[in-house]
Design a binder for this molecule. Structure first.
Ligand SMILES: NC(=O)c1ccc[n+]([C@@H]2O[C@H](COP(=O)([O-])OP(=O)(O)OC[C@H]3O[C@@H](n4cnc5c(N)ncnc54)[C@H](O)[C@@H]3O)[C@@H](O)[C@H]2O)c1
Length: 596
């Protein structure tokens, strides 16, 4: 028989605590909500009232249920009020000494059978537990932000946590409608161990002016389908909390440099820019605690004119190549009203590409997304050719040939001879340095990367890669073209992985390392990222879709260029590729796909 929890205590009613109070009270459990001062208590109460009022306004909660929910909460200053609860969850700031002090006090105040839980994200639950005389009744219950919304709970058992306590807490999570994964006490558990290196890396990109905050966030939302970009997520977590988590993970997790907090984070914390809770972090919010972003001095100014910033007018576009990307890109430009010259290496290939574009456009017609007239008009705009000479009068060339530097360089040298002056020459490379391609021409200022995502007609993102020789006009032209295509163009520097792959693949690689270390299972790791962080797919699902060979190649490039020890490909990934387990395409990767 699982233990009955009829009343619980929550200590600390900040970003997490107030949400945790709501989770319990919503599920019919009485809560004693404790803060350090009347002012902090009021803030916590206001957070809960605001959240439940919003739920009522959205008809997600009946007024009577809201009133009953609020009536279950007993607001108190000081820990003494917790003498008769069955379970306490502590959610005070991420400092070991503070948590240890509170646990020693809870041990004194609470009844002997009460379970004492911490919501810590990165500190050692074991170290917290030894501040009490009942370490076998101490456990980690790690909720995700926002607690009422995110389904996941990481249940963290230490070497001394009793099996009964673990089972009781697992049953409680189920009663709360949460999905739990039970794991051992390791810095960052599953989700944060995989998340925070990525967040810190994104802050580093912003700090070094590699890309703007809007572009970094848009890249990860649109390129990976994440619910929010990394900088917006830092603001939600709170920069002070994020700093402490990174710092602890750095110290506890093997001094991985990727967890050493980027200096900007500390500076922002010192300046009081804590994120949403203080009204300003990477973004500026309507008021403290509000999720509504308001414009500030960093907000890009909408110019109102597509040709602002010296962007050149583009009417005719050449697309070189005959693969999946070239095919998709031809379709995208033709549908957007551009005249397109498709150049392949022979009539046969041209016929194949033409057929593929037709098939794709026809699908659009069948699905009611495109009229027959628009399909015919789009096809009518494309000229099919096998001679580069036909690119003599285009305004923009998009190269999408095989991913080999020598081939691309030879092509760009030819384009340099054939194309008229002022043409923008773009490469769709996803891994080669754009500057190498640019220097094969006499006009590197006109060369830029246009990294489309697959399938190009569907994916809304394009990374615009500017080299150290790319002119401002060329970048402005690329931006204007992306906007005209209905895509979001994000501008970044010419470094391996650009924005999306540089942030995504190390995280995937870390997940493989976590599996390899037998810390958790592929299923639990996938759950953790989907249910704790709102990712559309877990890392192993995604790796199997992308292909393990492709993922390994990208990870190797990142490692070779940046020499970051933490980027070294996971041996397990290498072994699976060697064994021919490449993911869905070979029937087996991290999972067996033959019977699915
Ligand atoms: N922010 C997140 O996204 C997130 C997610 C999961 C877990 N966590 C973890 O939850 C815990 C709390 O983080 P947060 O972001 O909610 O912090 P926060 O700074 O938003 O809130 C902490 C609250 O604790 C109160 N407090 C401080 N000392 C206290 C005391 N002695 N007694 C009672 N209350 C006290 C503060 O007044 C404040 O309201 C941390 O361990 C953190 O790692 C945070």
């Amino acid at each position: 028989m699982a233990r009955e929890f009829s009343s619980v205590g929550v200590v600390g009613l900040g970003t997490m605590g107030a949400g945790i109070v709501e989770v319990f009270a919503r599920n019919g459990i009485d809560v004693v909500a404790v803060e350090i001062s009347d002012a902090a208590l009021e803030r916590g109460r206001a957070t809960l009232t605001g959240s439940t009022d919003r739920a009522v306004a959205k008809s997600k909660l009946a007024e009577a249920d809201r009133d009953a929910l609020l009536a279950r909460v007993d607001w108190q200053v000081g820990l003494d009020a917790l003498h008769s609860v069955d379970l306490v969850i502590e959610a005070v700031p991420e400092h070991l000494d503070l948590k240890q002090r509170i646990f020693a006090e809870l041990d004194r105040v609470c009844k002997p059978e009460a379970i004492l839980a911490t919501n810590t994200s990165s500190l050692s639950v074991t170290e917290i537990s030894v501040a009490t005389t009942r370490p076998n009744q101490v456990i980690g219950i790690h909720f995700f932000n926002p607690a009422p919304v995110m389904k996941l709970v990481e249940v963290v058992r230490t070497v001394v946590t009793s099996a009964d306590v673990v089972a009781d807490v697992e049953a409680l999570c189920e009663r709360l409608g949460k999905v739990d994964v039970t794991i051992n006490d390791r810095a960052g558990f599953i989700a944060n161990a995989l998340l925070f290196g990525y967040l810190n890396h994104a802050v580093g990109m912003f700090e070094s002016h590699y890309a703007s905050r809007e572009d970094i966030d848009a890249a990860m939302k649109l390129g990976c389908g994440l619910p929010m970009g990394p900088l917006a997520l830092m603001d939600l977590i709170g920069l002070d909390t994020a700093y402490e988590i990174l710092d602890t993970m750095y110290r506890r997790g093997g001094r991985d440099r990727r967890h050493a907090p980027v200096p900007l984070i500390k500076q922002m914390v010192t300046a009081g820019l804590l994120g949403r809770k203080s009204g300003r972090g990477f973004y500026t919010y309507e008021r403290p605690g509000s999720p509504v972003v308001v414009p500030d001095e960093q907000t890009p100014v909408a110019t109102g004119s597509a040709l602002a910033d010296g962007a050149r007018a583009i009417a005719k576009v050449g697309v070189v190549g005959s693969g999946t990307m070239a095919t998709g890109i031809i379709e995208v430009f033709a549908k957007a009203g551009y005249e397109v010259v498709s150049v392949t290496r022979g009539a046969e290939k041209s016929a194949k590409v033409c057929e593929a574009v037709k098939t794709s456009l026809n699908k659009g017609v069948v699905r009611g997304k495109l009229s027959e007239a628009d399909r015919d008009a789009a096809l009518g705009r494309v000229t099919w050719s096998a001679a580069l000479d036909h690119l003599a009068d285009v305004d923009l060339v998009v190269e999408a040939v095989v991913e080999e530097l020598s081939v691309k360089k030879a092509l760009f040298a030819s384009l340099d001879e054939i194309c008229k002056p002022g043409v923008v020459l773009a490469t769709t490379t996803s891994s080669l340095p754009v500057i190498d391609v640019a220097m094969a021409t006499q006009r590197p200022a006109d060369v830029v990367g246009l990294h489309f995502f697959n399938p190009a007609p569907i994916m809304p993102l394009v990374e615009i890669v500017q080299t150290i020789r790319t002119s401002a006009e060329t970048t402005a032209t690329a931006r204007a073209v992306c906007a005209a295509l209905g895509k979001t163009g994000v501008v970044c520097g010419d470094r391996s992985g650009f924005i999306v792959n540089a942030l995504l693949f190390p995280y995937l690689n870390d997940a493989v390392k976590m599996l390899e270390a037998s810390y958790s299972t592929a299923d639990d790791i996938d759950y953790a990222m989907k249910l704790g962080c709102g990712y559309p797919m877990g890392p192993f699902e995604l790796l199997d879709v992308v292909g393990l060979d492709v993922s390994l190649a990208i990870q190797r490039e990142l490692y070779l260029e940046l020499r970051e020890p933490g980027f070294a490909p996971a041996p397990l990934l290498e072994h699976l590729v060697t064994a021919g387990y490449l993911g869905r395409k070979s029937g087996r990767g991290f999972r067996d796909h033959t019977n699915r």
